[in-house]
Structure formats: structure tokens, C-alpha cells
Ligand binder design. Structure first.
Ligand code: NAP
Length: 620
């Protein structure tokens, strides 16, 4: 049931856009106001045995609306009441949700303590008004509930020491449609609101969310955020930059809202991403890109085409075009870089807003499918060298280049990869073609394939991609280990052969990586210990796991082999020093090693050390 007095509140806004009815818009109540009403009713019932229904509360602005109760539960130690949230005409995902407050007695002198019940989130990241570890009940709703408790306590002569648990049945699912997951608020919704009243089509709420996103990105130390006009451009930005979820700002139409806040709260780099039409408006100088509040000026676009010396008929046609995309399609067909010029102009507008706050800007223009159409890069220069990483050598190379002009690409297999200087992107490219497209998009001038010697697919794709989109490529592969006097190696060509080579009844130490373990499940006749960086997602019953990341220490390796009575070690011939001590320990203990040989490298230049790779890059 909606709150009783909704319709009597004055209406300040009328709708001017989006085809909504041409009548005053109805205001609603925030989750904070609903929780306060529910808490007031529940606490009153705890003290008197009766629920006030409707229950009246006081909002921060002095209004005193009353709410009908939709749910009540009378207990001896605690009482609960619920109010259905009416968001008015605001397109709010929480509209119709039941907001329940359960009020129980707290410890003497505790005051009001807040808890998150079902469907209310917990804060896990810095940068929000509530610290990590607390329920996502914002300061104003907390204050409203605390004041309401004090008023009821005074009326009925109670001390006012209570625990208020706020819950929203189904809130966890609803929260998936909100910014909460991105803001690090887990498990449900936030109890929000600064005035208690929802203003319909609330631009301010959206802009507020952008601001909180910037706060969270700053608090988490991100040096690069991206504001996108919609989900297509956001996904496209992700493909290019591979930023953390927390660095993605749902800018929507509010370029100004984002940029003005960045001016006061700078982040070193911001990417503005969007469709051609929206970014044309930014290029024209509009900071609000909403279709109801700014329009594409086709004469302006025609002037840009003329500036690019486009054929006269194209310029004329643009003046009478229906949509910006129509103009773009024609320009692309004629080979006129209109989207690049629009990106450059949009970037200039953004820089005008940011002033000299220290934030560098990049503008990316995407087509409707997320293809990159135009780009105006960062002043500080764009990344040029792509390191295919996932190894200690790749990290050392990025550090050797001080991260300048470097993108390191990781597959995303390791949950918490070591911090790297420069730009880091995570996840596959989508095969050789995907990588070739990425090289083009980012203007990569050199690729260093510093993947692990056993990452053969990636190396093959890199070779093919650098042929498809001609790009110099170097492989950095440290030398393979060779057998030393005293070693007892059984060399095999692949993992299947390694499985076969294990003697019956052996006690095996597997150091082959998490991805390869499943192959060993067939050896039920052997006892197995495996060392992994991250535990596998599915528990493995046939093997005991230890976690560890190199470099490893000889003494500890010796102790591990002895402690577990290991009779055979299985290893990949990775080379390098970090994981070599297990081989020394095996030699000392006279334990055989089943050594998997490396897969063949694709054709191309290979160096064995980071120094040689740095030299190769310097020569470009
Ligand atoms: P893989 O079999 O050669 O590659 C499988 C797919 O993973 C590739 O086709 C590619 O997907 C994606 N991928 C691999 N490396 C990537 C990178 N650096 N950046 C972006 N995407 C990447 O690779 P893997 O053996 O699973 O190894 C994955 C990663 O772990 C590599 O970065 C490697 O250096 C590291 N690593 C591997 C081992 C090992 O023993 N294999 C040991 C230590 C570290 P798309 O086709 O979609 O582009």
C-alpha cells in the first residue's frame, strides 16, 4: 500500500522529456523515510504493545508525513513493522519494496545500534559516507531513526537503547540493478535519502551516484576512471582498458556532473566514452547530453566535415540529416575522420571544465555495436608497448619501462596479481583476431610476449595477430632448465605423458599449476600433494593442496618433500630461479622428477632476459 500522504505533497517538477505524461510528477519517499516510519512503529509497539498505524515521522526538512503499515509483528523482546516504499513517479528500482524495521532492546547505554537484515547491504570499500564493515544505512536515515527513537523514548519514558535491524525482502536481487555492487556494497540495498523525499526523475540522485563512484575510485587508489554514456560504450571501454568495476562511472547524460566533481576531486586519468550523437553534443559544448536538454546541431557537424575538407555533397547532406549516426556512416564511407575530430572537440570541452586540476582526458567514440570510431587520446601519450604477461619477467619488464607507455595484459587466472606499474588489462582478447583488433584500437607499436613458456595458445595467437595487424613482436622466454649431475629426470612431452609416468603407489608432489590438476585424477593408485597459487574453484578430492607463490626457498622445499614423504615430483620446465629450489631439493633427496618439456614456440625473435627485451624496445 502506498504511503498515505503522497498525493498531498507539493510538486515542484513537471516532466519535459522521455514521453512521460504531461502532468506534475508525483514525489515519493526514500528508503530512509520508510525505514524511519517502520522503526518508529516497531519501537512504539515494543513499548506499548500497539502499532501506531498510520505512523507519523518528521523529515529533515520539517515535513511530517504519515505512513500506513503494510506489515507488523509483535514479539516480547522485539517488534517489527514494514512500510511499502512508494517512489512516486521516479523510475526507482526500490518502488514497491517492503522496508521492514525490527526493533529490539539494546544494551544499557548503547543508544541506537543499526544492523543489516535480509536484503540490506554491507559496506566493504572505503570512500562511502559509511565505513567498511557497517550496514549500508546512510548517515541521514541513521539520524532520522535515532531522532525518532529519542522522541518515542521520551514519550513513553524509555532509555532508548535499541537495536534496529532494517531489512528489505528481495533486496539482494533488486540491488543487482543498482550501483551497489560497483560501490562495494554487498548483499543488498542501501537505506538512503537526505531529505526523505524522492524527487522524480532525479538527476541529482544520478549525479550523486557518479560522485560516490569517483569517491570510491579515489579511495581505492585508482588512477584511471571511465565515464560512459551507456552500457555498450562501457563494455567497449572495458575491452580496451580492462579497468576495475570500481573505476567505471555510469556517467549517462551527466558529463558535466562527472567533470565538475573531478575538477574538485581529481583522478589522474579519465576516459569519456559514448556514442557519436552524445559525444557530438559534448563537442558542441553541452554538458548535459540528455535528448530533452540538448540537441545535435547538424550545421555544426556540416562545418566539421567542411573543416576536414569532406566532399561538398557530404557537407550539404549533413545539414539535412536526421540523425548524427547517419552523418557518421556517410563520413566513414567517404574516409573522412569525423569521429576523431568530434572526439578531439569533446576532449577540449572536457579539459575546459576540468581546468588545471591535473586530470588528463581521453575521449572514445563508439558505434552502436561498440566498435571504436574515433579517439582523442591522453595528453600524456598513449600506451604503445603491449606486454603479454602473467610471469615475473613480464612484471620486471613493465617495471624496467617505469610503466610509461606500457600496457600489461593478464589472462586473469590469478585472483590477486602482483601490483604493476603502467596500465593493466585483464582477460582474453577473443583469439588472434581479437588481439589484432586490440592492437589497432590502442595503436600498439610493439608486442612483447612474456607469457609463461607453457602458455602456448597465447603465444600462437600473438604471432598470428602481429601478422594480421603488422606489429613488431618479441618473445621473452627464459632458458629452460637442464639436467644437472645427480638429477633423476624423466622427461616427457606433455601432461598426459606425465600422468602415465607416475610409478604405481607413488607419493607425488605436483607443481604443474591449477589448470592442469584434473588430468591427474585418474591416478587413484598414487597419493598426491599439489602446490597452487589460488585454490581451484571446484574442490578436488584426489589431491591435497598447499598454496604458495614463488620465489621458493631451498630449505622449505626440502622440508616439504620430507614431511610428506614425497617419492616423485612432477614439474613443467618453466626455467628461471623462483621455482628451481624444488629441483635442487629433489636432487639432494635423490627423488626422481617427471619433467614436462616445453611446447614449441611460434616463429620469431626470442630473448632470454628482461635486459635484452629492454634493449630490443629501446632500439624501436
Ligand atoms: P594459454 O593456454 O596459452 O591461453 C589460453 C587463452 O587465455 C588465450 O587464448 C587467451 O585468450 C588467454 N590468455 C592467456 N594469456 C593471456 C594474457 N597474458 N593476456 C590476455 N589473455 C591471455 O594460457 P595459459 O597457459 O592458460 O596461461 C594463462 C596465463 O597464465 C598467461 O598469462 C601465462 O603467462 C600465465 N601463466 C601460465 C603458466 C602455465 O604453466 N601455463 C604458468 C604461470 C603463468 P583469448 O584467446 O581470448 O585471447
Amino acid at each position: 500500500m502506498p504511503s498515505l500522504y503522497t498525493a498531498s505533497i507539493s510538486h515542484a517538477m513537471t516532466d519535459k522529456s522521455d514521453g512521460a505524461p504531461n502532468r506534475p510528477l508525483r514525489r515519493g519517499w526514500t528508503t530512509g523515510a520508510c525505514a524511519t516510519a517502520a522503526a518508529t512503529a516497531a519501537y512504539t509497539a515494543l513499548l506499548t504493545g500497539e502499532f501506531p498505524d498510520p505512523v507519523t515521522i518528521r523529515l529533515p526538512g520539517g515535513e511530517t508525513p504519515a505512513f500506513a503499515l503494510a506489515w507488523e509483528a509483535l514479539g516480547t523482546g522485539e517488534c517489527a513493522a514494514g512500510v511499502i516504499k512508494d517512489a512516486g513517479d521516479d523510475p526507482d528500482v526500490t518502488h514497491g519494496a517492503l522496508i521492514i524495521a525490527t526493533v529490539g532492546r539494546g544494551e544499557a547505554g548503547s543508544g541506537v545500534v543499526f544492523r543489516a537484515g535480509e536484503g540490506v547491504g554491507m559496506v566493504t570499500k572505503e570512500g562511502l559516507p559509511i565505513p567498511p564493515g557497517e550496514p549500508a544505512i546512510n548517515p541521514v536515515p541513521r539520524r532520522m531513526m535515532t531522532e525518532a527513537v529519542a522522541a518515542v523514548a521520551a514519550e513513553f519514558g524509555d532509555a532508548g537503547d535499541v537495536v534496529i535491524e532494517v531489512s528489505v525482502p528481495g533486496g539482494a536481487e533488486i540491488a543487482q540493478k543498482t550501483w551497489n555492487p560497483r560501490l562495494g556494497i554487498v548483499g543488498g540495498l542501501s537505506i538512503l535519502g537526505t531529505t526523505g523525499i524522492v524527487v522524480p526523475f532525479s538527476c541529482s540522485a544520478w549525479i550523486h551516484s557518479i560522485h560516490r563512484g569517483i569517491d570510491v575510485a579515489r579511495a581505492n587508489g585508482f588512477d584511471h576512471v571511465a565515464g560512459s554514456t551507456g552500457s555498450t560504450s562501457e563494455q567497449a571501454v572495458q575491452r580496451i582498458h580492462g579497468l576495475s568495476e570500481l573505476a567505471l562511472l555510469d556517467m549517462g547524460d551527466f558529463a558535466g556532473g562527472m567533470l565538475k566533481y573531478l575538477r574538485r576531486n581529481p583522478v589522474p586519468r579519465v576516459t569519456i566514452a559514448g556514442g557519436f550523437g552524445k559525444l557530438t553534443k559534448l563537442a558542441q559544448g553541452f554538458l548535459d547530453l540528455h535528448s530533452g536538454r540538448s540537441q545535435v546541431d547538424f550545421t555544426w557537424l556540416a562545418d566539421r566535415l567542411a573543416e576536414l575538407e569532406a566532399p561538398a555533397d557530404l557537407v550539404e547532406e549533413a545539414k539535412g540529416a536526421n540523425t548524427a549516426n547517419q552523418v557518421l556512416t556517410r563520413a566513414v564511407a567517404a574516409g573522412v575522420p569525423l569521429a576523431d575530430l568530434v572526439a578531439a572537440r569533446a576532449r577540449a570541452v572536457a579539459i575546459g571544465v576540468l581546468g588545471d586540476c591535473g586530470t588528463d582526458v581521453e575521449v572514445l567514440v563508439f558505434d552502436r555495436k561498440g566498435g571504436l570510431e574515433g579517439r582523442a587520446g591522453f595528453a600524456g601519450g598513449d600506451a604503445r608497448v603491449l606486454i603479454l604477461g602473467g610471469t615475473a619477467d613480464a612484471a620486471a619488464l613493465a617495471r624496467g619501462l617505469s610503466g610509461v607507455g606500457v600496457i600489461t595484459s593478464l589472462a586473469g587466472r590469478t585472483k590477486a596479481p602482483a601490483a604493476l606499474p603502467g596500465e593493466v588489462r585483464v582477460g582474453g582478447f577473443g583469439g588472434a583476431e581479437g588481439l589484432a583488433a586490440y592492437l589497432e584500437e590502442r595503436g600498439v607499436t610493439a608486442v612483447v610476449d612474456a607469457t609463461h613458456p607453457f602458455a602456448a595458445t597465447m603465444s600462437r595467437h600473438a604471432e598470428a595477430a602481429c601478422r594480421l595487424r603488422p606489429t613488431p613482436r618479441l618473445m621473452l622466454a627464459r632458458a629452460a632448465w637442464t639436467q644437472q649431475p645427480g638429477d633423476r629426470w624423466i622427461e616427457v612431452d606433455d601432461m598426459a605423458a606425465a600422468v602415465e609416468a607416475i610409478p604405481a603407489g607413488a607419493r607425488v608432489f605436483l607443481t604443474v599449476g591449477r589448470q592442469e590438476l584434473a588430468a591427474f585424477a585418474s591416478r587413484t593408485d598414487a597419493w598426491m600433494l599439489a602446490r597452487v597459487i589460488d585454490p581451484p574453484e571446484q574442490p578436488l578430492s584426489f589431491v591435497k593442496l598447499v598454496t604458495g607463490r614463488g620465489p621458493f626457498d631451498l630449505e622449505a622445499e626440502r622440508a616439504l618433500l620430507v614431511e610428506h614423504g614425497i617419492t616423485v615430483v612432477v614439474a613443467k620446465n618453466s626455467g628461471g630461479e623462483a621455482s628451481y629450489p624444488k629441483l635442487t631439493a629433489a636432487r639432494e633427496l635423490n627423488i626422481p622428477v617427471i619433467m614436462v618439456r616445453r611446447p614449441a614456440l611460434p616463429p620469431g625473435e626470442v630473448v632470454g632476459t628482461v635486459e635484452d627485451a629492454l634493449d630490443w624496445l629501446k632500439r624501436r
